[in-house]
Design a protein around this ligand. Sequence first.
Ligand SMILES: NC(=O)C1=CN([C@@H]2O[C@H](COP(=O)(O)OP(=O)(O)OC[C@H]3O[C@@H](n4cnc5c(N)ncnc54)[C@H](O)[C@@H]3O)[C@@H](O)[C@H]2O)[C@H](O)CC1
Ligand SMILES: [K+]
Length: 522
Amino acid sequence: MRLVYAAEMQALDRFTIQEVGVPAEVLMENAGRGVAEILLSRFPEEARRGTLILCGPGNNGGDGLVVARHLHQRGLPVKVLLLAPEEKYRGEAGINLRVARYAGIPLLRAQDEATLEALAPEILGAPLLVDALFGTGLSREVSGVFARAIELMNQAPAPVVAVDMPSGLSADTGRPLGVAVRATLTATMALPKVGQVIYPGREYVGELRVVDIGMPPRVIEERAPARFYLTRKWAAGCLKGRPPESHKGTFGHLLVLAGSRGKSGAAVLCARGALRAGVGLVTLVSAASLQPLLASYLPEALTWGLSPETPEGELSPECAGEILSRAERMRAAVLGPGFGLSEAAGQLARRLARELPVPTVLDADALTALSGRLEELKEARAPRVLTPHPGEMARLLGLPKEEIQARRLEIAREAARKSHQVVVLKGAATVVAAPDGREAVNSAGNPGLAQGGTGDVLSGLLGALLAQGYEPFEAACLAVYLHGAAGDLLSRRVGPFGFTASEVADALPRLFRELVLYAGNI
Ligand SMILES: NC(=O)C1=CN([C@@H]2O[C@H](COP(=O)(O)OP(=O)(O)OC[C@H]3O[C@@H](n4cnc5c(N)ncnc54)[C@H](O)[C@@H]3O)[C@@H](O)[C@H]2O)[C@H](O)CC1
Ligand SMILES: [K+]
């Protein structure tokens, strides 16, 4: 599903109205009817007892008036609270105000704070609230009666259904402009907005539902940005089939360059993630002293022990030639988990990051070795996918971690541009950016995944998808979705936290099965 900023949504609206010819009134009617239908299916009891709809001065308020009419027409008790002077309602919003008045819908008015205070019991006592103050037209900090109305909605015990956006929340940054509604459910028009699916916005949105307002799909396919919200539907749509006459060579041979003394677990978890993601063969390459240990852990993986090794039990730079020549026979590689942080290991990691002849995931210690050297990857011999967490991204770009977290999507975009490679910035709502402008935000995942080792599993899973022929951006998006969805499955079945990285790897086959079944039904 595409993901848009406010200006992009408004451009799609305008094109639909002015070029395609769908009247604005039709879009608003579809919007309001869609919200009413979602409201009635999710809160039937509350709707039967009564709904108060707070309308702002623009089309968001107009949508609210349509919602009111559809509830009223079903004989349900509904009142509208207008927070702007009636003359402010123009165009399709003005039409819907006139129709609401004609239909006899009770209209309350609060254009100043004193009147609003007098009506506070109406808000605090309503069984159900609809927030139709602001949507994508919010352009500055909320103040005055609007801010007070938002505070009252947040104090009220009733569920709040937000129309298009929780009022006060920026559709672009996901941050409140002063104060914002904390909605129980947000019914957004046509497409999800970036600010709804990143943090902190995700916490204000509550349950997110998308309303079909009658915008022809062709408008979205041809004119929406190449920015994707990674949902189960998206993932099911990009999953490749596995022909019955396949053999292990069909699903690729993955080279895993990971592990060193004391960090063998990272190599095992990476290989395990790959095997659980359906790769044909995995070869684990490590320092010779580690090879017997790794071989004992994972009978399914081939293991190569190479010499010489560093005093820390890491592969040494002298192994580069051997590795590069053997890599010619591989389909993909993962470089970095537990690879080692000595100067020698870093030197080897930087050379392999440039010269490995197959698509390669760069993770963990390989990313540390590339701190401040992103441009070196422009000349890489084959595509790379970088999977930094915020701390590693801070070192890669030489920026404070707070800045990385404040502008996650922009930062990922910048790193992809600098490196000419696909970049995954892990964290709450993982984001993916490609040098060609494609980008994505993950819908799946939860804090239970914030545990050592889960990143190693992700790099193996991602490597397995590269080895199976997925192109780098798609492999990165599918991997982060599956990884997050595995965490969500475990948080339901095991507990909100305390599930291990090994369990995340072992849950992957169930996710693949779920996607295959879902793909069969979409
Ligand atoms: N996405 C679609 O296809 C459709 C969306 N619809 C709805 O239209 C709104 C956007 O409407 P718009 O009139 O542009 O703006 P808002 O209603 O969001 O904002 C109201 C109005 O308020 C003024 N304003 C902005 N910020 C502030 C502020 N902080 N304090 C006071 N006033 C403020 C500004 O002038 C705005 O214009 C969208 O969200 C959907 O709900 C269509 O109905 C259907 C198609
Ligand atoms: K709203």
